[in-house]
Design a protein around this ligand. Structure first.
Ligand code: BTX
Length: 329
C-alpha cells in the first residue's frame, strides 16, 4: 500500500480532529516535511486542511470531485480499488484497463473517468458517458476460474449493480438479460465484460460498468432517451457519484469473495430474483432470426434458458430479448 493511501486512511479515521505532524511522520515512517508535501497534494484535490504549528493538521472539508485520493478516502475495501487510475477525460476506460492489465496491473485495479469520448457498449455499440453525470468505471480482475465461466462475472456484476442502485431508489431495479439494469423498464446501467485468456486459463478480465446518475431527462442523448433513465430522473435528486462508487466497490468485493468461496449458486439466485420477465413470454432476437419463447432462467454458464414452441429447453448465448407491452403475446 502506498504512503498516500496510508495517510488517507489515518486522516479519514480522524476527521474533525487535529492530528500531529509528528505522529503522522512516525506512523508513515517519513519526514515531517514529506507529510507536509502530501498535505499540499491533497489540497490540490480540493481537501481543506487547517494546519496549526502546536496541534497538527485537521481536515475541514472533503471534496466531491473524483480523483485517486477522493475515491480512496473512506473506501472500505480490502483489495478492490486499492490502486486507482483516474482520468478527467478519456476515450474509454476499457482501453486504459487493457493497457494497464498488459502492464501487470494488480487484481482489483480500477480505472475511472469523469467523461468518456468513445464509451463503448457490446458489439461496438456506443455508450454515452457525459462529463460528471455518471459512473464510468472499469475493474481489472485476475480470477482463478476457467474462461468459459467468465460470463458468471457479468451476472455477478449485474446483481451488485442492482443491489447498489436499490439502496438509492424506491423503485426495484430489474436485470434484463444479459447485462442491463432497468428502473421502470428503462436502462440505467450497462455492463461490458472483456477478457484475455488461453484455453484453460484467464489472464485477466476487464469489467466495464456504466451507470447513469445525474442526467436529467433533457441531458440524455435523443437516440436513447425513450429507453434510458438515470438515478436523478427516478428520484428527482442529484447524488454523489463518489459515494455510489464506494458503495458499489464494497458490495462488489463482498459478492466476489462469496462467489469465489461458495460458487455461483448465490449469484444465480440473486440474479433470478431480480431477473426481468423470468417466467414470462419473451421475444428472442439474434442477428439472423427472432422467435417467441418462455424465459425459464439462467444457466451456470450465463446462458438464458428458454422453452420454444417445440417445448424443448434450450440455451441462448448471445442475442437480445424483448417483450410485449400490455399483456399476452
Ligand atoms: P450495450 O451494448 O448493452 O448497450 C449499448 C446501447 O445502449 C446503445 O446502443 C444505446 O442504444 C444505449 N445507450 C447508450 N448509452 C446509453 C446510456 N448512457 N444510458 C442508457 N442507454 C444507453 C452496455 O452495452 C455496456 C455499457 C458499458 C459502459 C461502460 S462505461 C465504463 C466502461 N468503458 C467503456 O467504454 N464501456 C464501459
Amino acid at each position: 500500500e502506498s504512503t498516500r493511501n496510508k495517510l488517507i486512511k489515518i486522516l479519514a479515521g480522524n476527521q474533525d480532529k487535529y492530528i500531529s505532524g509528528q505522529l503522522l511522520s512516525e506512523r508513515l515512517n517519513i519526514s515531517r516535511n514529506a507529510v507536509w508535501k502530501h498535505m499540499k497534494e491533497l489540497e490540490k484535490d480540493g481537501y481543506v486542511i487547517v494546519g496549526k504549528s502546536n496541534k497538527g493538521y485537521k481536515i475541514t472539508n472533503t471534496p466531491n470531485k473524483l480523483s485517486e485520493n477522493t475515491i480512496q478516502w473512506g473506501l472500505n475495501t480490502q483489495w478492490l480499488g486499492r490502486t486507482i487510475i483516474h482520468k478527467e477525460t478519456t476515450a474509454s476506460t476499457q482501453i486504459i484497463a487493457h493497457q494497464a492489465a498488459q502492464d501487470n496491473a494488480k487484481h482489483g485495479t480500477i480505472i475511472i473517468a469523469d467523461e468518456q469520448t468513445k464509451g463503448r457498449g457490446r458489439m461496438d455499440r456506443t455508450w454515452h458517458s457525459a462529463q460528471n453525470k455518471g459512473i464510468w468505471l472499469s475493474i481489472i480482475l485476475r480470477p482463478a476460474i476457467l474462461p468459459y465461466l467468465a460470463p458468471q462475472l457479468t451476472l455477478l456484476t449485474a446483481t451488485v449493480l442492482a443491489e447498489t442502485i436499490r439502496s438509492y431508489t424506491n423503485t426495484e431495479p430489474l436485470i434484463k438479460w444479459p447485462n442491463d439494469i432497468l428502473l421502470n423498464n428503462k436502462k440505467t446501467a450497462g455492463i461490458l465484460t472483456e477478457m484475455q485468456a488461453e484455453q484453460d486459463q484467464i489472464q485477466y478480465v476487464v469489467i466495464g460498468i456504466g451507470v447513469n446518475v445525474n442526467q436529467t431527462y433533457n441531458e440524455l442523448p435523443q437516440d436513447v432517451n425513450l429507453n434510458a433513465t438515470s438515478l436523478q430522473i427516478e428520484t428527482n435528486k442529484d447524488w454523489s457519484i463518489k459515494n455510489i462508487i464506494q458503495d458499489l466497490l464494497v458490495t462488489f468485493e463482498k459478492s466476489y469473495e462469496t462467489y469465489m468461496k461458495n460458487g455461483f449458486s448465490e449469484v444465480k439466485q440473486k440474479w433470478e430474483n431480480s431477473g426481468f420477465k423470468i417466467g414470462e413470454n419473451i421475444l428472442i432476437k439474434t442477428s439472423r432470426d427472432q422467435w417467441e419463447a418462455a424465459f425459464l432462467g439462467i444457466a451456470e454458464d450465463g446462458a438464458l434458458i428458454y422453452k420454444g414452441i417445440d417445448k424443448e429447453e434450450k440455451r441462448l448465448y448471445s442475442g437480445e430479448i424483448e417483450w410485449f407491452q400490455g399483456g399476452e403475446m
